[in-house]
Design a protein around this ligand. Sequence first.
Ligand SMILES: Nc1ncnc2c1ncn2[C@@H]1O[C@H](COP(=O)(O)OP(=O)(O)OP(=O)(O)O)[C@@H](O)[C@H]1O
Length: 277
Amino acid sequence: MTSILETVEVFFRYPGTSIEALRSLTLHIPEKKKTAICGHNGSGKSTLFLHAIGIHAPTSGNVLWKNTPLSYKRKELTQLRQQIGLVFQDPEQQLILNTPYEDVSYGLRNAGIPEPEIKLRTVKMLQSMRLEHLAHTPIHHLSLGQKKRVALAGVLVLEPELLLLDEPTAYLDRISEQQLLEELERIHSRGMTLAMATHDMNLAYAWADWMLIMNEGQCVMEGTPDEIFSRTDAITALGLDTPMLLDIWNALPESVRGDLRPPKNIEAFKQLFGSIF
Ligand SMILES: Nc1ncnc2c1ncn2[C@@H]1O[C@H](COP(=O)(O)OP(=O)(O)OP(=O)(O)O)[C@@H](O)[C@H]1O
């Protein structure tokens, strides 16, 4: 598997704190895949993302983008941030202008794109995120779910090669979550590499094709969701949940499960049950 982003023995401590937020963190984010990065609160997921776009630099160790260590010079960082998009957990941290239109066009203007193209790309992006009717509404009038969509649109419009999402489904209702996942599926099918930090093991199991488990600033497990969740004892020892569907599946008698593969989502589960019973 080719890595698009990797960290090699990265240590990092926030100024004025005594604990290493990242402790010899070595991990790879594979190109073209959908990677779920899971771990407890405080395990270092957000700090990793902030290193990926060079907001923080390691105290020691290296962050590599396409096999090349990051340069922290202003010009190179600006270029890097056009290739790696980060959607923050809290949209308030990300949205700086007054309306969705202004916010989504801001990054394009910063990237020096000509004005007519900015207009075209902004309108298209707002349409594809179902935000066109809110284009000129003050951002503080939007719901949290709408703000999250604007924050995602503002990053996607720059067409990054790697999209990092920090808890993108937190506080979203089921329909908004479903719509977001469909949008992610669309952009992934066009070739974008995705990596999502999430606490939701059900989501990680259903969504990801690769998983990284972080604990206390280190990457302690990596593999496909099937590989990760076959190690139930290790997951439980880390205080993490196993996916509910997998728990139900494992509770079924062997005679029912047979050689079938466990379903990843509720729709697949219903279909399979329909065929068994
Ligand atoms: N701005 C900051 N100043 C000081 N310490 C920080 C800061 N941000 C994070 N930390 C510390 O760094 C460690 C890693 O935090 P981080 O936010 O990266 O974890 P996380 O896995 O993203 O957590 P969560 O799931 O809660 O978002 C924690 O010990 C946290 O207290």
